[in-house]
Structures are given as C-alpha cells and as structure tokens.
Design a protein around this ligand. Structure first.
Ligand SMILES: Nc1nc2c(ncn2[C@@H]2O[C@@H]3COP(=O)(O)O[C@H]4[C@@H](O)[C@H](n5cnc6c(=O)[nH]c(N)nc65)O[C@@H]4COP(=O)(O)O[C@H]3[C@H]2O)c(=O)[nH]1
Length: 816
C-alpha cells in the first residue's frame, strides 16, 4: 500500500517500521479513521469506524461517504467534499447512520491530501469521533450545573464582553423580579441604578483587582422600580489569549444588611453624639462603654472608667436605702428613672436626671444602660424662672403673685395676733413725663431708686412689691392701731421725695398713696387692692403728693365714675353736649381775635357738667375719641357760621386729647369736619398738651406735619407744667404757647412765676412763636402781661366761656 503524504518526509529506511506503527495507531485509535478518493469514495476505513457504522470494511470500501450519513447531513457533507481541494483541514459535525438506522452524532476532522499524491488530487483522510458519549457527558454536566444554579440562593450571571447577559440563574426572580428569559440578551447596565457609569466603575474595579472581585457592592433596579443593594463576586471570562470575553459572577441582595448597618451606624452616632451622658455596663455592673457626653459631664476619660464598677449615684447624698430601692425596681421592672445626685471626677456633687434600663437574655441581666443629664444648669434656670414668676425683673421686688401669698399669710397672722395689715398703693406723680422726656433708661433708674428707698424705709417683715409701671404696693404688718399707719406713710413719702440724681440732674419726684386696712376695709386681698386703688385715685385728684385712707365715700365715687361713664356713652347720640366759647384777646389792641371752644355736658339727670368732671372719665374709657370728633365738627360748623357773618379772621381753638392722636385717625377726622362745614382751616387752632409732643413718635410728628400742611395752627396748652424742650417746639413748628394759668395767677405775688413768664415770652419771641397767657383774672395781671410783651390773653377778666350766641354779641359789627 502506498503511503499517504503524511509519511513521505520519513527516511525510506525507516518507513516500513514507521508504517507499521501508524497502522497500529489507526487500528487501535478510539476514533474512526477513513481515507476517501477524489470521488468521495472510501479507500480505507479502520475497525473503529466499521464498528461505529455496523458495516464490514469491504461493505464500505468503494462506497461514497454520503451513503453512511443521515439524510439531514448529506447537504453539509457534500459541501465539505467540495472544499477538499481548497482547504487543508476541516472540522465539522455530522449525523452518521448506523446500519440499524441509529443516528450517530459525530465530529469529523479531515485533512486534504497533497495533489501530487498517487491517490490523486482531492483525496483526503480523516477521523470520526463519536459524540454520543461526549454529548451524554456534557448533558450530564449541564444537568449538574442547572441543578446547582436552580438551587443557588445567590444569582449567577454571565455576560459577554459588551455586558449582554448570556446566562442567569432562576434566583434572579427573587433578586430583581424578572424571569431569567426576560433578561437574557439585555445589557446588564440597564439594570444598574447608576447605569453605564456604574458598570464602568465596576469593570475598572475588576481590572484593578486582577480580574476577580468579591463583595463588590452596587445598586440595581428591580422590575417594580425599587432599588436593591447587591454584593457581587465576579471574575473575567477569558479566551485562550487571556483577553476578557465576558464576566461571570454571583450576586446577592444585601439591602437588609445595609439597612441594619445604617441602623447600627445611627445607633453608634446617637451613642457618641448624644448630649446626654450614656454608660453601659455588663451584668456585673462593670463599665464596658461610655460616650463623650459622659466624659464631659463627669470629667472621667473612658479609659479611667471602663472595666471599673459603675458609680451612677453619689450614695452618700441620698437617703438611706435609696440605692437598694433603685436596684430593686430595676430588677423588678427593668427600668428606673428619677432625679439623683452624682459625683464628678473633681469630687463635686451635681444633680442629674438619671434613667437606667436593663438588657436581659432569657433570665440574666446582660447589661445595664444608664443615661443621665446634668441638671445643674436646668436647676439654676428653674430657680431663676421661679424667681421671675414671682418677682419684678427691674427692681427684683416681689410681684403681685408673691405679694398675694404674703398678704394672705399676713391676714392669717393678724387674726391670730389681733393686729391689722395696711396695704399701700403708691403711684409716682408724673412719672410718664420723666419717661417721655428723659427716656426709658432714666425712668427705669428712677424706679430702681424708689425700690431701694422703699426697702430701706420698711421693716423686713413688710413686703414691698412692684405692680408694673410706676405702681408699688407695700404691705405693712403687725399694725396695732390704724393711727399708727399715717406716720409710717409720711416717713415713706418723705424718703421717696428726697432729690435723686437722674440723667445728670437732681430730681425730686413725689408720689400719691392710697391706703386700705385689713380687716376693716376688706377681708381679702382683691378687695383691699381695689379699695387702695380708689383711695389713690382720690390722692391724685387732691393734687398728688399726698395720701388718702380708703373710705366708703371713695367707693361711692368709684361707683359714680362708672355711672358717669355709662351716661357718657349715651350722651353723644342724645346730643347732650354743647360748646361754650371763651374770648381770646390780642393784648396790643385789646380786641377779640378768637375763642377757645370748651365742652359742656348738659346731662338731663345731673345738670350742666364741667369738663373736669367727665373728660378724665371719657379718657379712661376711650370715649374721648368720639366726643373729640363731635367737638371738631361743632367748632368747624360754628367757625363757618361766624365766617359767613363776616368774622372770617376769628380763630377757634379746639382742645385735643392725647388719645385722639393714638387711637383715632385725627387727620381724617379734621378733614371731614372741615369739608362738612366748609370752614377755613386757617381759622382752626388745635391745642395739644406737651405730653403729646414728648412722645415724639414718628406717628405724632407725621400727623402734626399733615395738619400743618392742611393750613391748621398748633398751640401748646398748659405750657410750663410739663417738661418741654425747645427742640420739640422747633421740630413741631408750634404756632402758639399758652402759658398755664398757675403761673399767671401767681404773677403779682410770686417773683419766680414772673421770672418764668418772662423767660417763656423771651424764648417764644426768639423762636417766633406767639404767646398767650391763660387764666387772666384781673386788670393788674393783664397790665403786667402787656409790660412783659405777651401777645395774647384769655381769662375771666376778659370773658368767661359762654354760649355761641352770647359770644357773637361781643364781636364788633362786621366791616363790609
Ligand atoms: N380759674 C380760672 N379758670 C379759667 C379762667 N379762664 C379760663 N379758665 C378755665 O380754664 C380752662 C382752660 O381750658 P384748658 O386749659 O384747655 O383746660 C380744659 C381742657 O383741658 C379740658 N377741655 C375742655 N373742653 C375740652 C374739649 O372739647 N376737648 C378736650 N379734650 N378737653 C377739653 O377741660 C379743661 C377744663 O375746661 P374748663 O372747665 O372749661 O376750664 C377752662 C376755662 O373755663 C380764669 O380766668 N380763671
């Protein structure tokens, strides 16, 4: 037999031996062997192939290989036969046909023979491998793999180089909510919460770790849109050259453990950052951990206490048995909380709010957890709050609540000792002026001086209290007789009235005092206060700087004030008010140049009432705002009548209450009065007191400016009784000063009054402000005023306030 080209390169001498070897190899190989000629007919087959196909060699030699394959494989075989001349080696799979019809999957490896070979071109030899065993083994392997994957709790995945998923274990259902088939072929980045960038980060980590990572964590998106934290162990799949061709790995859901981790982290942060001190011990109360606040509060560093027996309370500072009771309650309920004393490292004892809990396993206490906060500051704050609740902040005197307590105790004591208790209500005279003119800090300083003086003039057993504002209450105890009270009050008033330095000047401030005595003026605190108040009202009405004991009459007066108030409410709608007019005289020409409108109340029950009686009540109740509006309306109406009668130059002065500035809309009221009447604004002069200007609020200034702009004049009434400064007169562009009648009345007798009037006139002249003297009752006074250069005067000497008709009769006939 000729040798195939395979053997041709061997030296001839060795060929026979070599051929024998190769024939043995071919005969004994477990693969089938064949040679075909150019027609595809077998020229040689080995026993293995014959056995495989169930034919004897002679049944196959000379026959074409196409006769031994399954019908389905013939096309492929033909193709492969045609490739013999052009390709040296080919591997392909075929289904062979056994003699008994069994189909045998086989792998064919053929080698084309050299064209110069005697067998002719297009001849070939090849090996046939029976794939059945291999495929069975592979199927068994696949079944094993599948069984493993099916039972795998983690999710197995394999992707190609582009990240396309090739294989997934069924557990992907639990992990991501998808069926494996839904994901095969999709790109894995679409499942990452952070998309392609997350995959890039992962691949970089994989490469950096040498192609294998474990415990790599990232977030994936489940089918329902929720996120899941995943930990993966993965490695590159590589081809024969080592080039990565994909990734294979397993992933597991670690969301729960991450949550737990976060919770632990949080608990650790709470422990370390808590502002409350925390101490944890084992079951034998040996410290195992303390936080920073613990060290801050106690001064002990962790290493100084860890391992030692816990000291949670300073036992010596608690009553006997406290510690034992605490432990017993802990053992019984597992918890104890309350106030306790503890000791710092430096030995200082401090109050703490302590809360202890036990942590048990089934029976034994495993840990004690103690949380405590330092109450030192809170206790101090509580004490301060307690003090503030019962004291006045400015003077640090007891307030009304504490006074009530003390008063009630004093009443009890008085009954037992058969003594009396006097309640004094003190009110500083004209305190408001001080506040307004010298400012609140000066006012506060004055109140403090008053408080100090009150402290020094009373006994320790007496109680002084500030009610707010400029009112003080003094409780005098252990009084034997009512007559003993007046000297004490006089002494107090004398002390309080001493000059005191205030805002760089010496000031003397008086006070008015109302007194009520227990038990005769009231059997309880509220009644006594009310009655002392009525008494003080009377002291003030009596000209201030005096004191008054409460009397039944005062009660009646208070009731009367209430009665007047009620009647006043109805007086407006019942048109019970009228205006009287008092002449204003030009001292140069002695002519009437105007009139002051003064209100009168013609009460059907009480008769004609002067303003001194009802204006204060109207001011107390706020009714003055409506009454004042009526006055403006009426005065403007009268001005218009007199203008129409030919007295167009006559000025009508109208009094304004401070409340009209603060509560009413004054500009609107004045505008309406002028419009309704058609009066000339230049004929209306508004009289305001100094106290209104002293407020100097932007609101008052703005109102005054608007009134000026409307053409009205502004006069300052009762000038000299307040604390006006020149600055105010300039700032408010005042037109006229009306010197208070107290100075005018005393002009002939009191040189001081003369000096004041002269000073005011000179000052007013330099400021170009007109001056009017009020209360001129005699020709002498009028004469003096002319000599002093006063511009205008008003008073009984020239004419009393009178009804409009009577006033009109005084006016000269109008010139045409
Ligand atoms: N002894 C004496 N008194 C004289 C003399 N000349 C005038 N009088 C009185 O002095 C007061 C001057 O008015 P006033 O200082 O503005 O003081 C007024 C004013 O503050 C207030 N008042 C009067 N009418 C009104 C008003 O319409 N509105 C407001 N808010 N207050 C008014 O009531 C106060 C008292 O008013 P009247 O009782 O009318 O008292 C008037 C007047 O009758 C005199 O030669 N000798």
């Amino acid at each position: 037999m000729d040798l195939p080209p395979l053997f041709q390169h061997l030296p001839d001498s060795r060929l026979p031996a070599r051929e024998a070897v190769y024939r043995d190899v071919i005969a004994t190989t477990t693969d089938g062997f064949f040679m075909v000629d150019a027609r595809g007919c077998f020229t040689e087959v080995n026993d293995t192939l014959c056995r495989l196909l169930g034919h004897a060699p002679h049944e196959m030699i000379g026959r074409t290989s196409l006769d031994f394959v399954n019908a389905g494989s013939r096309g492929l075989l033909r193709q492969q036969i045609t490739r013999i001349p052009t390709t040296d080696r080919r591997n392909y799979r075929l289904e062979l046909m056994h003699r008994d019809g069994t189909v045998i999957p086989a792998l064919i490896s053929t080698v084309s023979l050299h064209p110069a070979h005697p067998e002719g071109s297009s001849s070939a030899f090849g090996f046939v491998t029976d794939l059945r065993a291999i495929e069975a083994a592979s199927a068994a392997h696949e079944a094993d793999v599948r069984a493993i994957l099916d039972n795998l709790q983690d999710t197995y995945y394999r992707s190609d180089a582009s990240g396309r998923l090739l294989r997934l274990s069924p557990s992907v259902r639990q992990l991501l909510g998808y069926e494996p088939e839904e994901l095969i072929g999709t790109r894995i980045d679409s499942l990452y919460v952070d998309g392609a960038s997350a995959r890039e980060t992962f691949l970089s980590a994989l490469s950096a770790a040498g192609g294998q990572v474990s415990g790599y964590e990232y977030r994936m998106r489940r089918k329902d849109g929720s996120e899941v934290w995943v930990s993966t162990n993965a490695h590159y799949l590589r081809d024969a050259d080592g080039t990565p061709v994909g990734v294979e790995g397993t992933s597991r859901d670690i969301s729960a453990s991450r949550r737990q981790q976060a919770e632990l982290q949080l608990a650790a942060t709470v422990f370390s950052e808590s502002r409350d001190a925390i101490l944890i011990t084992d079951g034998q109360q040996r410290v195992i951990s303390v936080n920073r606040a613990y060290s801050d509060v106690t001064g002990y560093a962790p290493e100084e206490v860890i391992g030692t027996r816990a000291e949670l309370i300073a036992t010596s500072h608690h009553e006997e048995g406290f510690h034992e009771r605490l432990l017993a309650e802990l053992a019984h309920t597992g918890h104890w909380s309350g106030e306790a004393w503890n000791r710092r490292r430096n030995g200082a004892i401090f109050p703490e709010w302590l809360s202890i809990s036990t942590v048990r396993d089934d029976q034994e206490i495993q840990h004690y957890v103690a949380i405590f906060s330092d109450l030192t500051d809170r206790k101090a704050a509580e004490e301060r709050a307690e003090f503030l609740a019962r004291h006045d902040l400015l003077t640090r005197l007891p307030n009304r609540f504490l006074l009530r307590d003390r008063a009630e105790q004093a009443f009890g004591h008085a009954i037992r000792a058969n003594t009396k208790v006097a309640l004094l209500l003190l009110d500083l005279d004209h305190f408001k002026h001080i506040n307004d003119s010298l400012g609140h800090p000066a006012g506060d300083a004055l109140l403090q001086t008053f408080a100090d003086r009150l402290r020094t003039t009373t006994r320790d057993t007496d109680t002084i209290s500030r009610q707010g504002g400029d009112e003080f209450l003094v409780l005098l105890t252990d009084i034997r007789e009512t007559e003993d009270i007046a000297p004490i009050v006089e002494k107090i008033m004398l002390t309080l009235g001493q000059p005191c330095p205030l805002a760089g000047q010496e000031m003397s401030i008086s006070c008015s005092v109302g007194l009520a005595v227990y038990p005769e003026d009231g059997s309880d605190f509220d009644t006594l206060i009310r009655n002392a108040d009525a008494a003080m009202y009377n002291a003030k009405a009596a000209g201030r700087n005096t004191f008054r004991f409460y009397s039944q009459q005062m009660n009646e007066d208070a009731v009367q004030r209430l009665d007047i108030q009620n009647r006043l409410r109805r007086a407006l709608e019942r048109q019970e008010f009228i205006l009287h007019y008092q002449p204003l005289i030009d001292l140069g020409s002695t002519r009437i140049v105007g009139a002051e409108a003064l209100i009168r109340w013609n009460c059907p029950d009480l008769g004609m009432q002067p303003p001194g009686l009802f204006i204060p009540v109207a001011e107390d109740s706020g009714l003055i705002v409506n009454i004042g509006e009526w006055v403006l309306q009426e005065a403007c109406r009268q001005a218009r009548i007199w203008k129409d009668a030919g007295h167009g130059k006559l000025v009508i002065a109208v009094n304004l209450s401070p409340l009209q500035f603060t509560r009413g809309n004054l500009v609107e009221t004045v505008t309406r009065a002028l419009t309704d009447s058609g009066a000339d604004p230049a004929c209306i002069e508004l009289e305001i007191t100094e106290s209104i200007l002293m407020k100097d609020t932007e609101q008052v200034l703005a109102t005054v400016r608007q009134l000026h702009a409307m053409g009205l004049r502004l006069a300052i009434d009762d000038f000299g009784t307040g604390y006006s400064s020149l600055a105010y007169l300039r700032r408010f562009a005042v037109d006229k000063l009306k010197i208070d009648q107290s100075f005018i009345r005393d002009l002939p007798t009191d040189p001081d009054a003369g000096a004041i009037v002269r000073g005011v006139i000179q000052m007013a002249k330099s400021l170009k402000i007109a001056v009017l003297a009020e209360g001129v009752e005699t020709a002498d006074i009028a004469h003096d005023l002319v000599l002093l250069g006063c511009d205008y005067a008003q008073g009984y000497y020239f004419g009393r306030p009178m009804p409009a008709e009577a006033f009109a009769e005084l006016l000269p006939p109008p010139r045409n």
